[in-house]
Write a protein that binds this ligand. Structure first.
Ligand code: XUL
Ligand code: CO
Length: 451
């Protein structure tokens, strides 16, 4: 295993178990452990994000980069730098031992002086990526085009007041969709970073909605034209960088797709911190997607309860992840999706080895949540309690109402006659909370995870 950039981690991260004192080992994650009949690795389908971990130097709006990332200032021209970055990325993926990665076109390829030059750069680097994928066995979970960093996208991409910007974005997505297909990507993501507005005073909402719908139709058409078999995914986020982003949350995106005849073409890539920015729990977003057959993939991270922005920290709370994981298991899993660490180190975590600590902690947190959620699914107590709560809807009255057999007048007559006389029943929220906690505790002490 080559050790060009991460020599402090000589080989692959070991699967050491909960008693291990080696910080560079997994304590809970064990790819081959069978959970509800499936390998843990195949449940979680972990991916590392190229942008936060390899294309960024830790700069923020108040200061320049702090992280020790020699590949970013590698000697030679821009393409030499891009190749050093890719070498670092694949060395990291192979040592972490997780199966997937994700990238934006611009994370990998230098802009060049024109669109054609950018495409040539990306094509050459995609050839390199194919070689790395073959040698390491690491695959592409999803590709995406960055339609938000360049100044041309300041007023949006598809929703720009200038159709020339729409066209440029279309060219970029066409190209990246084809690159994603060539790399065997499992999905393609669209995050509308600047598809929104900073002020309504200069914004025509009706036009911008129509433009966005047209763009999504074009992307779906091209997907079918080139025979890309992966899922198209939209990633909701309510704001940042714009004041308001159109793809605010799972329900808003779902409604937009249905209204515009796009249902079935797109699913959702849900990010935990984006849910909290939208004023929802992550559980809410996942439950909504699962209930509407919109579950695609997850960007795993967490926000900070005291900060109102996208802090993109690595997940470390099992409590926060058990119920999203439960919904995912009950929906039959993420399919071609997975858990992508759209998370970044804190600015003071300057060592390259900190990248390993962050991912190991995040992965062990997901693994523990998976065990607790599998226990909840396996023992089926929560599901039985919910089923019982709605039992009336499977009885004669509930079924007749849902089948449209009882008009308002009939229902009213039955109430007036006293035949129908409901009595309040307890919602038992505290009991439900106790049941969930019990499963988290048993997963932690390593009992009963196989349900
Ligand atoms: C930004 C964000 C993006 C998308 C991909 O908040 O989450 O990195 O995941 O464009
Ligand atoms: Co994301």
């Amino acid at each position: 295993m080559s050790s060009q950039f991460f020599s402090e981690v000589p080989g692959r991260i070991s699967i050491a178990g909960p008693g291990s004192s080696d910080p560079l080992s997994f304590k809970v994650y064990d790819p081959d452990r069978i959970v509800l009949g499936k390998r843990m690795e195949d449940h979680l389908r972990i991916a590392v994000a190229y942008w936060h971990s390899f294309a960024s130097s830790g700069s923020d709006m108040f200061g320049s980069g702090t992280w020790d990332r020699p590949w970013i200032d590698a000697p030679g021209d821009e393409m030499d730098g891009a190749r050093a970055k890719m070498a670092a990325a694949f060395e990291f993926f192979a040592k972490l031992g997780t199966p997937f990665y994700c990238f934006h076109d611009r994370d990998v390829a230098p802009d060049g002086a024109s669109f054609v030059e950018f495409r040539r750069n990306l094509d050459a680097l995609a050839d390199d990526a194919l070689g790395y994928q073959e040698r390491t066995g690491v695959s592409l979970l999803w590709g995406t085009a960055n339609l938000f960093s360049h100044p041309r996208y300041a007023a949006g991409a598809a929703t720009n007041p200038d159709p020339a910007v729409f066209a440029y974005a279309a060219a970029q997505v066409k190209n990246m969709l084809e690159v994603t297909k060539r790399l065997g990507g499992s999905n393609y993501v669209l995050w509308g970073g600047r598809e929104g507005y900073d002020t309504l005073l200069n914004t025509d909402l009706r036009r911008e909605g129509a433009q966005l719908a047209r763009f999504l139709h074009l992307v779906a058409e091209h997907k079918h034209r080139i025979g890309f078999e992966g899922m198209l995914l939209i990633e909701p986020k309510p704001m940042e960088p714009t004041k308001h982003q159109y793809d605010s949350d799972a329900a808003v995106v779902h409604g937009f797709l249905v209204r515009n005849g796009l249902e079935g073409e797109y699913k959702l890539n849900l990010e935990a911190n984006h849910a909290t920015l939208a004023g929802h729990s992550f559980h809410h977003e996942v439950a909504y997607a699962a209930a509407n057959n919109m579950l695609g993939s997850v960007d795993a991270n967490r926000g900070d309860p005291q900060n109102g922005w996208d802090t993109d920290q690595f997940p470390n709370s099992v409590e926060d992840l058990v119920m999203p994981m439960y919904e995912i298991l009950r929906a039959g899993g993420l399919g071609t999706g997975g858990f992508n660490f759209d998370a970044k180190l804190r600015r003071q975590s300057i060592d390259r080895t900190d990248l390993f600590h962050a991912h190991i902690g995040g992965i062990d947190t997901l693994a523990t949540a998976l065990l607790a959620a599998a226990d909840l699914v396996g023992r089926a107590r929560l599901a039985a309690m919910v089923e019982e709560r709605y039992a009336g809807w499977s009885g004669p009255l509930g079924e007749s109402i849902l089948a449209g057999k009882l008009p308002l007048a009939d229902l009213s007559a039955r109430v007036e006659s006293g035949e129908i006389d409901p009595h309040p029943v307890s919602g038992r929220q505290e009991l439900y909370e106790n049941v969930v906690n019990q499963h988290i505790w048993t997963a932690r002490v390593g009992d009963g995870s196989e349900g």
